[in-house]
Design a binder for this molecule. Sequence first.
Ligand code: BV8
Length: 228
Amino acid sequence: MKIIVLTGAGISAESGVPTFRDSDGLWEGHRVEDVATPQAYDAQPSVVHRFYDARRAALAVVEPNPAHHALARLEEVLGDDLLVVTQNIDDLHERAGSTRVLHMHGELRSALCRACGRRTPWTGDLGGLPPCPHCGASELRPDVVWFGEVPYGMAEIQDALAAADLFVSIGTSGAVYPAAGFVQYAAMHGARTLELNLQPSEGSHYFHEARHGRAGELVPAWVESLVP
Ligand code: BV8
C-alpha cells in the first residue's frame, strides 16, 4: 500500500514548537507579511533574520514526540511505499529516524545563497551575514519557502499523490496552498483520505475520515492499527 503523509505544525506542537495560528502561535506579534515574504526580507533583513535565527536556536531544546517516532517506525515497515511531505521547517522527523521526508517549505537548518543559489546545512545564526561557503558572497538567507514563492519538490509530490492508495494529513489547519489542495488531488486519483488533527481543519470536509485529538496519541494508534 503506497501511503503519503502530509504534516504541519500540529505534529510538532507536543515537542514545544509553537504552531502558527494557535493562540500563542508563531505569527503572534509578527504579521506574516513582515517576516515570511521575500518583500519583507528585502525591506527588513535584520527583522527576518532575528525571527528565523530564534526558531533555529530553539531547535536545540526540543525533541521528537511519539507522533514523529511512530512515523519513523512505519517507514521501517513500508520503506519506499511511505513518503512524509512536511510543511514544517524543523528537523524532528529526521531526528526521530525518518529518512523519506520532503520539506516542501524548506528547512531551518539550511541556508540558501541568493548569489550562487547553493543550499548549505546551517545550524548557527544568519543575522551576522556570514559569507557563503561556496561563493563567498554575504548573501545567505533562511532556506525557507516564503509566501509567493514556489514550494520545493512539487513535481515529486504530485507524482506521489497521484500514485497514493492512502493520503493522511496530520496537524495542519489546511489554510495554506498548495498543501491545502493535496487532499482533493489525492482523492481525485483514487486515494482514501484520513485527517488526524486536534480539531477539524479548514479542509476537513474533503476527507473520507477524520479523527480529532492530539497527534501524540492519534498517530501511534493509527500506525499500530496498520503495522501491529
Ligand atoms: C505558492 C514556511 C505558487 C515559513 C510557510 C490559493 C488560494 C489562496 C491563496 C493562495 C492559493 N495559492 C497560493 C496562495 C498564496 C499562499 C497561501 O496559501 N496563502 C494563504 C494564507 C491563503 N501560498 C503561497 O504563497 C505558497 N506559494 O502558492 O506559489 C505555486 C504553487 C504551486 C505550484 C507552483 C507555484 C507558499 C506558501 C508557503 C509559505 N511558508 N512556512 C515559516 O515556517 O516561517 S506556510 C506555514 O503556514 C507552514 O509551513 C504551513 O504551510 C502553513 C500552515 O501552518 P500549519 O502547519 O497548518 O500550522 P497552523 O498553526 O496553521 O495549524 C496547526 C494545526 O495543528 C491546527 O489545525 C491545530 O488544530 C492542529 N494542532 C495543534 N496542536 C496539535 C494539533 N494537531 C494534532 N496534535 C496537536 N497536539
